[in-house]
Design a protein around this ligand. Structure first.
Ligand code: FAD
Length: 451
């Protein structure tokens, strides 16, 4: 395998050292570990296609890897697999301001595109919190969302064209607005199970001239959940509407005093657009939130604005201080079911004797229940897995979906039958066989083995 790969990409671009095999055995998901045989770093779409062709001929599993930030264990390789890294597919981003488009390799980070676009007064809205390391190919493969999804949509809404390498060794180009559009949509969110994205053309927007936030502190998470509906029902469309619950707040307070002592829930409501419209929206939102919140903060300067968002950004790092393990769950429920989902997950946490922090994109119903635990305590690990199943059930019973934005990967695939019937799963498997007859592309991800 290593000799074949070296012939395709050059010996310097294959790494089968023990250090690399350990490093690439995991992604962002605690508790999931694979055992790759080699990591390969192709430098072009042609090289990716040749690696895939060789893998299909020999029956070697291949797992594409972008930034390795998957929280669904989507980039965890099966034993003996090739990990195919996009780290050298970094040409671009070539930004065309007149066409509001950017072209780039799959290995360009989301953060780089965002900052290069911002320098030209342009805006790339999909913003997973992992944006500084996550790659655009990985974002397309997971259909990544982010806080801006409420107003601006998710990665799918910004992909104009893809170049994809197939297991057959062919390379295809699919484009929105043409007859190939259905194929384009198949690849987005397919988690490296149908083909490997090598290049993207992405839509940009003019940057909104102004964006400002009102932060509201609450005595209960239920008051915050209710206030979310009040804002949306009033016809306001925030650019971002984020929430954090008491467990998340306690964690960030314990790490450093951020002025949140006694606060049980926080809502961050951001509006963007022309300054006069932002002013009017902030005033209306403050009027609606004032009577139900215990404190309102309306930042007046960029520094105050950054300070208002800082606790939300600090959640992940602060939770890591509570216990060594953390599983970032991800469900999405209809926005009207948001208060019920919060209450049901809180009950589950109490029943399971687990600490579960709740935060996420309240405006579109995406909740990230983050379970902290000790991976060396088998009883606690068992309860964590039961809680994950419980959270999946809560999402589905309330009319939601298994994943808001992280995808199915290895983590959610066992819950897939809760949501889709066997006929649907069988059709999805058939679709995979069309693109990957030997079954080498991320073979364990997304769909459970046939019943
Ligand atoms: C702290 C943190 C915060 C996060 N916040 C968010 C968030 O707000 N919103 C959100 O949506 N997600 C979030 N995530 C999850 C994760 O960042 C996203 O799923 C992201 O899109 C993964 O991109 P990646 O480049 O890291 O891909 P990887 O983790 O490397 O891979 C993810 C999946 O895509 C496949 N893949 C990767 N590259 C390609 C390619 N070129 N072609 C085909 N398949 C490929 C992999 O095989 C795997 O199945 C977060 C993760 C972390 C750690």
């Amino acid at each position: 395998m290593i000799a074949t790969l070296a012939r395709i990409v050059g010996p310097d671009n294959v790494d089968a050292s023990p250090a690399a095999r350990v490093t690439y055995s995991v992604d962002g998901t605690v508790g999931y570990r694979g055992a790759p045989a080699a990591i390969v770093f192709p430098g072009s779409g042609q090289e990716v296609a040749r690696v895939l062709k060789a893998a299909a001929e020999h029956g070697w599993p291949v797992v594409a890897r972008g930034g390795g930030t998957s929280l669904a264990a989507g980039a965890v390789p099966p034993e003996g697999a090739i990990v195919l890294s996009a780290a050298r597919l970094t040409h671009g981003p070539d930004i065309n301001p007149a066409e509001l488009e950017a072209a780039c390799g799959a290995g360009v980070t989301t953060g780089e595109l965002q900052s290069r676009a911002a320098a030209l007064d342009l805006f790339y809205p999909p913003d997973p919190s992992s944006q500084s390391v996550t790659m655009l190919g990985g974002n397309a493969a997971t259909n990544a969302g982010g806080a801006h999804a409420l107003k601006y949509g998710v990665t799918r809404d910004y992909v104009s064209a893809l170049e994809v390498a197939l297991a057959s060794g062919e390379i295809i180009r699919v484009e929105r607005g043409t007859g190939t559009e259905p194929l384009l949509d198949l690849f987005i969110g397919s988690e490296g199970t149908l083909g490997i994205v090598t290049e993207l053309r992405l839509r940009l927007l003019p940057a909104p001239p102004d964006a400002r936030t009102v932060a509201a502190h609450f005595e209960t998470v239920h008051a915050a959940a209710g206030a979310t509906l009040t804002i949306l029902n009033a016809g306001l469309v925030p650019a971002r509407l984020e929430f954090m619950d008491a467990v998340a707040i306690c964690a960030v307070q314990a790490a450093r005093d951020r002025g949140l002592a006694g606060v049980r829930a926080v809502l961050l409501v951001e509006f963007d657009g022309r300054p006069e419209i932002v002013d009017a929206d902030i005033d209306r939102a403050a009027g609606l939130l004032g009577p139900v919140a215990i404190r309102l903060i309306v930042p007046r300067t960029p520094a105050e604005e950054a300070a208002a968002w800082e606790p939300r950004r600090a959640i992940t790092a602060s939770l890591a201080r509570l216990k060594p393990g953390k599983l970032g769950e991800d469900i999405c429920v209809p926005r009207t079911a948001f208060p019920d989902a919060i209450a049901a997950i809180e009950r589950l946490a109490a029943e399971m004797d687990l600490e579960i922090a709740l935060f996420g994109h309240a405006g579109d119903g995406t909740i990230h229940p983050n379970i902290v635990f000790d991976p060396d305590d088998p009883a606690e690990v068992r309860r964590v897995h039961e809680a994950m199943a419980g959270i999946a059930r809560i999402g589905i019973e309330l009319g939601g979906v298994l994943s808001g934005e992280h995808g199915l990967g290895l983590v959610k695939k066992d819950f897939v039958p809760l949501m889709y019937d066997q006929a649907t799963i069988a059709r999805m498997r058939e679709l995979k066989r069309q693109f990957d007859p030997v079954g080498v592309l991320n073979p364990d991800a997304m769909w459970p083995a046939p019943a």
